[in-house]
Design a binder for this molecule. Structure first.
Ligand SMILES: C[S@@+](CC[C@H](N)C(=O)[O-])C[C@H]1O[C@@H](n2cnc3c(N)ncnc32)[C@H](O)[C@@H]1O
Length: 330
């Protein structure tokens, strides 16, 4: 039997009858879940799953933010090793905190901007990645390897920039430790921020980001600065939105880590929106920064607006983005 379609007008009419039939308090959840389950997931997954689907599209496809991120991820994959760690980097194992178990021989670096869960599954099936290690060689006494990513995933970027923040017109976004540039590209395709600045201490990573920015004509709003964040006081003071995706734990000593937070405490201006992963509370639990969080930040109210109505974080069952926290500097 062929499917019967109704007009848009009729669909709206039926939808409003449906809305009228549920309580006010359920309405937000209803709309949010419809969007997430029926539309948003389908759209994101269509693109994220089929990472080659851009090949046959014309130039206009660059107007599609998710497809653009997929294209960039594919380009970057070709330029970095499978673990996306460059030979010029010096990744260290944290000795304190929640990642203190990330010993080099037990840790697999899988960059979530480049590889989503399904890509990882494919890599495991192809034998390119292993999930487990043998605790007692030759026996079945195995344990799980620890997977860690040094970039935000494309879904994280969608959640932050597309669904959570207000308009960023005339605002400056700063990514501290911009690495492959994922946050910069996410801010570019999903927001209208006037300046998007990445500060990265590794020169090769800066070159990679600059090449991508140039290839995708993003130079009008993205700048990549090769320096340590401690040397970028002016930029820190300028920023209206700052992303801090665990940039220091695997890269600097504990002492430097503390000093960088004290530097940020001194220079980030009031009312700046700070987005961190993990939560500051988690980072500061094992790091003696002497910073009293309640004197520095308050939770940033994502509020209820048209942009984020489709992603209703009051749904406590959804844990997808639980490590990402939003603060406002007080
Ligand atoms: C976890 S990655 C963050 C990647 C990126 N922001 C994202 O979320 O996709 C951390 C990056 O910060 C850089 N980094 C670490 N300490 C830094 C510092 N003091 N100044 C500038 N960059 C730093 C590292 O080289 C690394 O590329």
């Amino acid at each position: 039997m062929s499917k019967v379609y109704i007009s848009l007008k009729e669909a709206k009419h039926q939808f409003s009858i449906l809305l009228d039939s549920i309580t006010e308090s359920d309405k937000a959840d209803f709309i949010s879940s419809i969007y997430k389950e029926q539309i948003c997931n389908e759209t994101i997954n269509d693109y994220l799953d089929d990472s080659n689907n851009f090949e046959n599209k014309g130039e206009g496809f660059l107007d599609d933010p998710i497809a653009t991120l997929n294209m960039i991820a594919n380009d970057v994959k070709k330029r970095v090793p499978l673990d996306a760690i460059l030979s010029s980097e010096n990744i260290r194992s944290p000795t304190i905190g929640e990642n203190a178990d990330c010993l080099p021989h037990l840790t697999v670096h899988v960059d979530e901007f480049l590889y989503d869960e399904e890509d990882v599954e494919e890599l495991v099936e192809e034998g390119k990645l292993k999930r487990n290690y043998c605790k007692d060689c030759g026996s079945k006494n195995i344990d799980s390897l620890i997977f860690t990513s040094h970039s935000m995933s494309r879904a994280d970027l969608f959640f932050i920039f597309n669904n959570s923040l207000p308009t960023l017109e005339n605002k400056v976004v700063l990514d501290i430790g911009s690495r492959l540039g994922s946050v910069l590209y996410g801010a570019y395709v999903f927001t209208d921020a006037s300046r998007i600045i990445g500060v990265e201490m590794n020169e090769d990573l800066c070159k990679l980001q600059k090449d991508i920015v140039s290839k995708y004509n993003m130079e009008d709003r993205i700048e990549v600065l090769h320096k340590r964040i401690e040397e970028a006081e002016d930029i820190v003071q300028l920023a209206d939105v700052i992303i801090i995706n665990n940039p220091f734990e695997f890269y600097v000593s504990e002492n430097e880590h503390i000093q960088i937070w004290q530097f940020l405490r001194r220079h980030i201006k009031r009312e700046t929106i700070l987005i961190t992963c993990p939560h500051l509370e988690t980072i500061f639990k094992s790091l003696n920064t002497q910073i009293h969080l309640s004197n520095w930040v308050k939770p940033y109210n994502l509020g209820w607006n048209e942009a984020n109505m489709f992603y209703n974080k009051t749904n406590t069952e959804d844990t997808s983005f639980n490590d990402i926290a939003f603060y406002e500097i007080i």
